[in-house]
Design a protein around this ligand. Structure first.
Ligand code: 5AD
Ligand code: SF4
Length: 345
């Protein structure tokens, strides 16, 4: 079969082409078990048993964009908007240090309220007062903004491509383009950031071919991290009521990502746990090696409603971390003890 041929080609160490990636993504229920086992073996061989934890602080849910899939789009007036000040961000960071996290991810909507100077100051303060790796996820910005943030000490930047289908991209993300987003990722890489991209699985109008190209684009960009999660329709968006991504397709996409990019950091996403309780564990057995516990102050968390019923909405960071550590131990894995930079082979 095409699937078996693609698996054999992968095993012989050759670079898979589009149609072979497609054949892997099209794996049926029996074949996918083989795919998952192979991805798990590749994960073990290239990045080992360590699961790296990244504490995420969603510091503002204001956003000037209108992405059709996202509950934080500015047209959604039912969101209670919040912004954390410098003090509260630093408080959350100190708590993260205390529980042993080695990376903090600062994420927000595209919120122009914070000046670049303010962002630079926050990054500097964190870098000066902790040994943490700092990941930023602030959306599309200018080259010079990225440059200043990098100079301030930021280590990594997350900016998902979301979809590699240009037509779908412009329909779902008004006033932005795929080329513009890819340009940002290239700038970030050039500036020495570790870069994270990613996509949503099951977007309306997406085909298996789109997913294959999503993965090819990530491979081409040589991303250090790939955030792959299911699309979950939000009731207060233009995509309300649309079917979302499935557990199987999301796991297959993760597994294929691991095969195509053996040393990439691959998070087991909250969106997958939201879609299917226990999904986070399954992802860790299909190639994933990163978990991102939410350390946003609990009072704000439910308002960062990108999609509905987001998992882990009420646990304090300490509890959240305990359950993640328990899960890692159950799987016979270990919590990463270093920053978990991408290990370039
Ligand atoms: N379902 C799943 N993921 C979503 N995101 C935005 N909206 C949704 C949704 N409805 C993801 C995007 C974005 C990240 C912050 O959240 O991939 O990059
Ligand atoms: Fe804003 Fe990001 Fe949501 Fe788009 S996906 S509306 S940019 S928070």
């Amino acid at each position: 079969s095409e699937f078996a041929k693609a698996i054999n080609k992968q095993l012989s160490g050759l670079v898979l082409e589009h149609r072979e990636i497609l054949a892997l993504l099209a794996a049926g229920p029996k074949e996918q078990q083989e795919l998952f086992a192979l991805a798990d073996a590749v994960r073990k061989r290239y990045v080992g048993d360590a699961v790296h934890l990244r504490g995420i602080i969603e510091f503002s849910n204001y956003c000037c964009r209108q992405c059709h899939y996202c509950g934080l789009r500015s047209a959604n007036k039912d969101v209670k908007r919040y912004r954390l000040g410098e003090e509260d961000i630093l408080l959350a960071v100190r708590r993260a240090v205390k529980v042993g996290l080695k990376t903090v991810v600062l994420q927000s909507g595209e919120d122009r309220f914070y000046s670049l100077e303010q962002l630079v100051r926050i990054v500097r303060l964190i870098k000066q007062s902790t040994g943490m790796a700092v990941t930023l996820s602030l959306g599309e910005r200018s080259y010079s903004d990225y440059e200043r943030l990098r100079e301030a000490g930021a280590d990594r930047y997350l900016l998902k491509q979301e979809t590699s289908d240009e037509g779908l991209f412009v329909r779902l993300r008004p006033k932005t383009t795929l080329a513009g987003r890819v340009q940002c990722l290239k700038w970030l890489k050039e500036l020495g950031f570790e870069i994270g991209s990613g996509n949503m699985v099951g977007l309306p109008g997406q085909s298996t071919g789109t997913l294959a190209r999503d993965l090819e684009l990530m491979r081409e960009l040589d991303v250090d991290m790939a955030g792959i999660g299911p699309f979950i329709a939000h009731p207060q968006t233009p995509l309300a009521g649309m079917p979302g991504g499935t557990l199987d397709m999301t796991l297959k996409t993760l597994a294929v990502a691991r095969l195509l990019m053996p040393e990439v950091n691959l998070p087991s996403t909250t969106a997958l746990e939201t879609l299917y309780p226990g999904g986070r564990k399954l992802a860790l057995q299909c190639g994933a090696n990163v978990v991102m516990p939410n350390i946003t102050p609990v009072s704000c968390r439910r308002h960062y409603s990108i999609y509905p019923n987001k998992a882990g909405i009420k646990d304090e960071p300490e509890e959240c971390l305990d359950s993640v550590k328990k899960l890692i131990a159950e799987l016979g894995r270990v919590v990463g003890t270093d920053r978990g930079d991408r290990n370039k082979k």
